[in-house]
Design a protein. Structure first.
Length: 334
């Protein structure tokens, strides 16, 4: 069995609902991440991406009703007992959040942030924990790592702090990294450096990575497969090359057409019309139909489309088969 045959994260029909909301936060999510693979989950703000990522640590909104399964390295987190949750959170999976300054206590030294879990949870001595922290800070590209152990967060730049957060996520050798918008608060050059570090860690350690982002171009630059989410549902998934060459869902094409390409300007961007569906709204048919130029009244607004296989992709669109090849990102010439 090769590394890519090992499924580290699997969502099987995950549904998350709150009694006060008109529609589910997550609705029947099917998603997987294998060892040595980077999988991106993309969509606009409010689509349910972060809730999906937190579910992989057994973190659900208070009062939520949860159905389906979320398995991390074989452990089902839906209804899991505290010991199983603790094992996943301390040994199998770790989260990297988008704002490193919010993740680190500003009045504690960087060394305390890195070594405290090793000492309190895993029983390491101070010397062992310090040595491990220095090793990891070096692994994520911080020069003179021993010096940084005695510094406070305000003495480091945003990019340096994000490296510290990545090092903290690696302290217990997790097999799965959950990266929730890990470069949003950083400048473009630092974003590239952080993504390069994540890619190198994937290759060297055989990690599985779930990358949460609103930037589909950025996702394509580093990922093997992409899942596109809208209003709590997966509307398309495909290998990166296939998704970019031939998007099969109008929402995917809309994201591509409204995102600036990483390799330079390519005409005027075309925004998706309208606004995303909120949790206080619901629709009997396709949630994207009110914003979709291909929607057919009496068809697309009657029932939600299931996710169906379409060539190398899976797509949730009533008209997917007849629209193959005709859905392309819309960018006007500048």
């Amino acid at each position: 069995m090769t590394a890519l045959d090992t499924t580290l994260l699997a969502y099987d029909g995950l549904t998350v609902t709150l009694p006060s909301m008109a529609r589910p936060i997550l609705d029947g999510i099917e998603l997987s991440v294998r060892a040595g693979e980077i999988v991106a989950l993309v969509g606009e703000s409010g689509s349910g991406k972060s809730v999906t990522a937190r579910a992989a640590l057994g973190l659900f909104p208070p009062g939520a009703e949860v159905g389906g399964r979320v398995r991390v390295d074989g452990t089902d987190l839906v209804g899991a007992d505290p010991a199983s949750l603790r094992d996943v959170r301390t040994n199998k999976a770790a989260m990297i959040y988008q704002d490193p300054r919010a993740a680190i206590n500003p009045v504690r030294r960087v060394g305390d942030f890195l070594t405290e879990p090793l000492r309190l949870v895993h029983g390491w001595s101070k010397a062992q924990a310090d040595a491990r922290a220095v090793e990891l800070l070096g692994a994520v590209g911080l020069p003179d790592p021993a010096r940084h152990l005695n510094q406070y967060p305000h003495e480091l730049s945003g990019g340096m702090l994000q490296r510290v957060v990545i090092a903290a996520a690696l302290t217990a050798e997790p097999r799965l990294l959950l990266c929730d918008e890990p470069t949003t608060a950083l400048d473009v050059s630092t974003q590239a450096e952080i993504l390069a570090i994540l890619g190198r860690l994937r290759r060297e350690r055989g990690l599985g990575l779930l990358l949460i982002t609103h930037d589909i171009e950025l996702a394509a630059a580093v990922s093997d497969r992409i899942y596109v989410m809208y209003a709590g549902r997966i509307v398309e998934t495909a290998p990166v090359a296939d998704l970019f060459a031939s998007p099969r869902h109008p929402y995917t094409a809309g994201l591509l057409g409204s995102s600036p390409p990483l390799d330079g300007p390519a005409g005027r961007l075309t925004p998706i019309p309208g606004a995303p569906m909120g949790l206080l709204e619901s629709a009997p048919g396709c949630a994207f139909a009110p914003r979709c130029r291909f929607a057919e009244p009496g068809r697309c607004d009657q029932s939600p489309p299931p996710l169906r296989r379409q060539g190398p992709a899976e797509v949730a669109c009533h008209r997917a088969a007849e629209l193959v090849g005709s859905i392309q990102p819309s960018r006007e010439d500048s």
